[in-house]
Design a protein around this ligand. Structure first.
Ligand SMILES: Nc1ncnc2c1ncn2[C@@H]1O[C@H](COP(=O)(O)OP(=O)(O)O)[C@@H](O)[C@H]1O
Ligand SMILES: O=C(CO)[C@H](O)[C@H](O)COP(=O)(O)O
Length: 586
């Protein structure tokens, strides 16, 4: 592409593919100003109960998506931001994308998703398995047992356990439950890599997705064939065949926009496209974090903790660590909580009494807002409740999707706003556990930044996080931080010769701001929260480490009942984290 053709300022587009929707943001390369953004809800949403359109029931813990929805985001949101910003498409010099992960799908030799072929349209295993598809826990347990028994060195890079959310358990589940789909799949790819392929025609694997979610290491590659064979003889060549593909490092273009993709997106062909980045990782440059000791809390449906450090140490229950994983020259650690916004969303959609909805409606506020206002009037400890935030299992530090939610202290006097506050607090206690795991291992946490949808939605939540962790929290100025981070990668993919930047740190210096207002801990509340945290820890250890298997047994009974045909009533409304519209209304 000849960038001299168009005079004037240069722009980049960042596209963030979240759990329920995708959004594009158009950013000025010179100063990071966001000129326009646009959200496209996924038409199929998240399929948790059945395959939309054909009524095929899914088992417990399934979560699927349709890749056509991602293309819809490109078709709608990209032209919309160019139009709304009033810029010429010839001034767009780079594109970056970030995606939830591990969100994976089987494709054929041509890169076409298997579910688009007639014979697989009704086959759940041919669909995209979303990051929060937890039905591969049995496979994850097997992988962890076999890896520990064989003394596989990679385990320590992943906090000692692999999560059911990742590529290998999901691939193994396909092999065991739908061997014909496994055989028909030329490869399994991250959705982040597939959408870059769709735009550029280049099927490359982003180093971040491969490193954090598919057990790949820049020096050691994937685990050995002997390891995969020990899992299942049919799985021996999994990495060599189904995961094959060039690894695309950060900081370079993965490819250029094809003519066909450019026509759909209303852009010029030839624009450099950066390799896909994990959504939470893109938030790190997006808030301007580039130094050791800086931790970014990417707070949305889930919460991802990203910590930069100059040391590599073994930390309990992290999701992964990689040198150069996000910022060149530094180690980037990832940990996480699998339900945060989704937990609050579940409560609002599934458990608040009808009167709350009525009163909120009369007052012209959402149920979330009403509950937040009421809960803000309570002092710490006043509700007498304590919750374990494991509604979607525990990602860090216990790495166990068989764990589930819990509230104790309920009485006949308990009020909805009290329960809501207890849920907010539980997620903050979970984050304190993660911070302590890093510090216990000797990895310093000096500064906290928060970004994602939640900081702008719920002030009480942010204050509770500051009080419970006892730390100041700086809030990203951008409400679209992962998309901004992705746009910055687009600027780096373009490089300075095309009007972008050569290094991500340079892009961060020029394109990022944090808000002036921060959340500071309230010392009086801190002391009570220290006491409450002790209670949280006692419950956490009792159910998470103490050999109490009640949660796992209940899940097993649930699976057995489902297998015997007693699945959920199709007339019941969808659960939290389902289709975007229902989620946002309240
Ligand atoms: N006022 C609110 N307080 C707390 N959580 C909220 C509020 N409004 C929406 N949520 C939750 O926020 C989540 C969406 O967060 P967001 O960052 O926008 O999405 P994503 O994680 O998909 O990028 C949903 O799970 C929803 O239940
Ligand atoms: O595991 C992840 C990142 O490593 C997922 O992408 C993430 O947890 C889902 O993100 P969001 O809450 O923003 O939808």
């Amino acid at each position: 592409m000849n960038m001299d053709k168009e005079a004037g300022p240069r722009y980049v587009i960042g596209i963030d593919f979240g759990t329920a929707s995708g959004r594009a943001v158009l950013v000025d390369v010179r100063d990071g100003r966001e000129l326009a953004w646009h959200v496209t809800p996924y038409p199929h949403g998240v399929m948790e109960d059945e395959l939309i359109g054909c009524g095929i029931r899914l088992g417990p813990e399934w979560a699927l998506q349709h890749p056509g929805d991602y293309v819809e985001v490109l078709r709608q949101s990209v032209p919309a931001v160019v139009r709304e910003a009033g810029v010429s498409s010839g001034q767009v010099i780079g594109i970056g994308v970030d995606f939830t992960s591990c969100t994976m799908l089987p494709v054929d030799e041509a890169g076409t998703p298997l579910l688009l072929k007639e014979e697989y349209r009704r086959e759940p295993h041919a669909f995209v398995k979303l990051w929060k598809h937890h039905a591969a826990q049995g496979e994850a347990d097997l992988i962890n047992a076999v890896a520990a028994e064989r003394g596989e060195a990679f385990l320590s890079r992943y906090g000692g356990k692999i999560s059911s959310e990742w590529m290998v358990p999901k691939g193994l589940q396909v092999l065991r439950e739908a061997p014909e789909v496994y055989a028909a799949a030329d490869r399994f790819v991250e959705a982040a890599d597939w959408i870059v392929f769709w735009m550029t025609g280049e099927m490359k694997r982003s180093s971040g997705c491969a490193g954090y979610k598919a057990l790949w290491h820049s020096k050691e590659g994937y685990p050995s064939a002997a390891f995969y064979r020990a899992l299942d003889p049919r799985f021996e060549r999994f990495a060599e065949t189904k995961l094959r593909g060039e690894i695309a490092p950060l900081g370079r273009a993965a490819g250029r926009l094809t003519g066909e993709a450019a026509a759909v997106m209303g852009l010029h062909p030839g624009i450099p496209v950066a390799p896909g980045m994990i959504d939470a990782h893109a938030a790190v440059p997006g808030v301007g974090a580039t130094k050791p000791g800086q931790m970014v809390l990417s707070m949305g449906t889930s919460l991802c903790h990203l910590l930069l450090s100059d040391k590599e140490l073994a930390v309990e229950g992290i999701c992964g660590v990689a040198r150069d994983g996000i910022i060149p020259g530094l180690y980037a650690y990832e940990a996480g909580q699998a339900a945060v916004g989704d937990l609050f969303g579940w409560y609002v959609q599934q458990a608040v009494p009808a009167y709350v909805e009525r009163v909120a409606d009369n007052e012209g506020v959402t149920v979330h807002k009403w509950l937040e206002r009421r809960a803000s009037r309570l002092r710490p400890g006043e509700h007498g409740l304590m919750a374990l935030d494991w509604w979607n299992g525990n990602r860090s530090v216990l790495v166990n999707a068989n764990l589930s939610g819990l509230i104790i202290g309920l009485t006949l006097q308990s009020k909805p706003e009290e329960i809501y506050r207890a849920l907010l607090e539980a997620t903050a206690f979970g984050t304190r556990k993660v911070i302590e795991a890093f510090e216990t291992a000797g990895v310093e946490v000096r500064e906290l930044f928060a970004c994602g949808g939640l900081p702008g939605k719920n002030r009480l939540l942010m204050q509770i996080f500051a009080d419970v962790t006892g730390r100041e929290i700086k809030i990203a100025a951008s409400t679209q931080t992962p998309a901004l981070g992705a746009a910055m990668l687009g600027a780096v993919a373009a490089g300075s010769h095309c009007g972008g930047y050569d290094r991500i740190e340079e892009a961060a210096e020029r394109m990022v701001r944090v808000q002036e207002e921060t959340y500071r801990p309230n010392p009086a509340y801190r002391a009570v929260y220290d006491l409450l945290y002790r209670e949280y820890t006692e419950l956490h250890d009792l159910f998470g480490r103490g050999g109490r298997e009640a949660m796992a047994r209940l899940k097993r009974l649930q699976r057995e009942a489902a297998a015997a045909g007693g699945q959920r009533d199709p007339e019941m409304p969808e659960q939290g984290g389902g289709r975007a519209k229902g989620n946002e209304r309240r």
